[in-house]
Design a protein around this ligand. Sequence first.
Ligand code: SF4
Ligand code: SF4
Ligand code: SF4
Ligand code: FES
Length: 513
Amino acid sequence: MINITIDGRPLRVDPGSTILDAARAAGITIPTLCHLPQHAPTSCLVCVVRVNNSPRLVPSCATKVTDGMSIESDSPDVHLARRTALELLLSDHAGDCLAPCQLVCPAHMHIDRMLHLIATENFAEAIAVVKQHIPLPAVLGRICPDLCEKNCRRSHHGGAVSICRLKRFVADHDLASPSPYQPAKAPATGKRIAIIGAGPAGLSAAYYLLIAGHDVTIFDQHDQPGGALRYAIDADHLPRAVLDQEISQITKLGLHFVGNARLGDSLSITKLHQDFDATILALGPVDPAFAQSLGLALAHKGLKINPATGETSAPRVFATGAAVTPYRLAVRAVADGHTLAQQVHAFLTHTAAADKRAGRFSVRLNVLDPQEMAAVLALASDAPRSQPATSFTRDEAVAEAQRCVSCGCASANDCDLRRYAATYHADPHHFRGQRRQLAPAAHAGNVIFEPGKCIACGRCVALTANHGPAQTYLHRGFDMRIAPTFDATFADAVATRAAEVVAACPTAAIRWS
Ligand code: SF4
Ligand code: SF4
Ligand code: SF4
Ligand code: FES
């Protein structure tokens, strides 16, 4: 055994091991994209580290340890080098992690997933997907300004997909069913939360906190919940029966509602502090004098909060929605309520809140050239946009959803390239140049190969070598591509090792269909 240090930690390691092996054995994480045990390394260079203060960084997967070696794996310059390596890989990569419509939806709904489920008549799963981000879809399906549709890739190809009406269809279909969708609830946490304000932000926060197992009471100055949805939007746009039905789905999760309760009158922050573990202010726009009377600090537009936690200047008092940032869109209030629910849950359970930025990281194809667009459109319905004045019928909804060309990446949550790019703050457009062309996908049974998403890591080449037809490197320099060997198809190349190749591919280039 020999002695080394990694990030100042003394370690005794096998002299034959690489720096990467030694780090992994010690539980130190170093990212890798091309390394495969028992195979020759290639050159993604995301695994670089600094050794003995040398000005040159080395790939940890290909560098053997030596006695007395001092290794830095987590310093700012190592991070910068990894970021550059990732940006170079992304500069020759064609894909959208997230669909253009999802990127502009304030609630960040998985629109392409919802549309695929409607297109395949799986309405029960479609409503579950919608409610992961929007607890009031029948309401928003009637009043949302369709921001997502303005960014739809089909906008100039028969018209944007009618996303908002389809969301409304799937929500109405669910509410009309004998047992509308109810999400599974986590076991009770024993934590009590007060929410002041039963408008869209407060109701949204309540929904996600109830699912997380908390006991939630919502107070409102009016005698019924709904806030601006009930008292500021006319009933022609938003029938009260729809609002009531959708709120009752939240109430069924165990929500307690207390009407005619106004902060400052019957309710005081001191009393709420005694009775609840956390208090959420979802009051709508706040008058500065009122905020000061409650002892809360103000920012220039609303209540001052710590953006990382949602907490106001008062401990255990949180704020969301128009109380923090005045705006008029209900979908933004719903999105903010959801974010705050995650932050309050993290606060009460002493866990880390989900990293919103990482979840929203996306490389983007932006504009497709005519040839690429024609290939994409060939996979979807060529019917023009249909937008009924009120509701879709079932058949109309299915037909309209089939117009979606499914822009997002099917493996966005299981892609090492995306995960590392988000972790190291890589800018996918840092190295601008001519983008790689979208090439048609190849299929081998239930395995798909999308060449545009391949970063030439070489893992599939190594795994299929010596097994007859194989994946190989074609061309040289900038034109180098991974493809099946001459005269073989992708199906031939991965025939005997499909599961291993899918598991090894660090992007969505080779994946299950
Ligand atoms: S392969 Fe990864 S990085 Fe590329 S589009 Fe898909 S999720 Fe994004
Ligand atoms: S085609 Fe589908 S996935 Fe693409 S932007 Fe439009 S709705 Fe979204
Ligand atoms: S297709 Fe092969 S070479 Fe390309 S990223 Fe996947 S495993 Fe690596
Ligand atoms: S060079 Fe080490 S993992 Fe790619």
